[in-house]
Design a protein around this ligand. Sequence first.
Ligand SMILES: [Cu+2]
Length: 478
Amino acid sequence: MDRRDFLKLSLTGMAAIAVGSVKIPGVFQNQAHAADNIINLTMMEADVQMFDATLVYHWVYAADVSPVAARNSVRGMQEQVTPVAGPAGTQLFPSFPGPAIFATAGDTITLNITNNLPANVPHAFQVVGTKIKTGPIPAGQTRSITFKVPEGGTYMYIDPLNAPINRVMGLHGALVSLPAAPAAGHRETPYSKPTPAVQQIFDDLGNSPELPPNAADVTLNNYLSTVPANRGGWFLDPAHNRFRFWFLNSTDPTLNEEIRQGIIPTPAEFRRRYVALYMMMNGRAGGYCAHHHDVTVSAMIGQPHLLRFLNAGMVQHSCHIHGNHVWVMAINNQVRDNVFTVDVWSVRPMDRIDWMLPFRMPPDIPNKDFTGAKHSDNAGRAFQVPPEGNLATAVRDELEVRPIRNGTTANLWPAQRPIPYPMHCHSEPSQAGAGGNYPGGLVTVWEITGDVNGIPFEVSIGPDDPDPTIYTNDAPPA
Ligand SMILES: [Cu+2]
């Protein structure tokens, strides 16, 4: 059979759309992006490029909102993608996973779903864990659903038919519901009905001795008179998102190729034969996700970030973060009563898990004095922290007290700034791609770019670097 020529999606990752009354300073520059609370999504074929340049046939969602324009409303997500011609002179912008939809809980929005896929497989649309779904959508046709956005949280939309085939072929995306208002007397959370424990964490973030605010945020808060005091430090900054999607999926190119040729397995066959050869975060793997600003978390001490895991693939992942522990805030839209800190958590297929990464001073920088004890004059920490000290200085001190090489006391080590820590999956095969290329799987870093004093670290390539520059891994300016 001839290989049909499909749109080629080159490591583009996710797009994002804001709809309705969504307005969060910093995250969205424009109040709404999709006109009239309507989102049009088209299911279409695409060859998606894997990290090793292999093109793998997928089914993807495309929005009719340009990611270039969307970038003005949702920072840092999918800067460029090849548009394809849509109906009536429109342009479609495919996304893998599908575009993340941001909406306000309680708003009424309409989704128009068009099926532009081959007619040999039925398709539909559902928001997992809700009654929001269409019936089957015949090939070439459009179905509309109008619904009230559910309670605040992280949702996954999928094609639920032929489960898991249609979902795993690429028909999946994120729906984020943001609460309309915080509870009276409290600060905002990502949830409409936070439990007391979760509410307490958000009340305390940047607002307690244990979780001091970053000084730059304090300045910002004073400067931005429009930001109400009940906004949490976690999304205060208009220049940087204080959240990330860590959207996991997996691909078996052999099965995808058979499906391209019209050989459709039963769901049971698909499950039995499935070999996850590529495992991705936000549609990318290896270095392409480890260092992409829509995956990597990059901020200063005291600038906590919400991490929204979704898993649309076929693999249970065991996600492990280094450097800080995280709070597990919600599991599959259940806000936790008992919030505990973890460094590793299972993210099963179909799971939606919210983590809060507090961006605290990492507790594990070795003791400068090699005594095994902490500095008694510094609240039990190994090094002086602001306002007396500085994390960058602490890291340099730590390097300088390492055993001297080559008989010299010269400073031989480049400054470790920013300070990166890995987040990877402890299900080891997921760290490789294409059957063994390491690290070609789902792995990334979060990095500390400055101290709680609000001053970004200077980055130098070595001790004598004449021109240290301020480092950022965030999105380029809009
Ligand atoms: Cu680990």
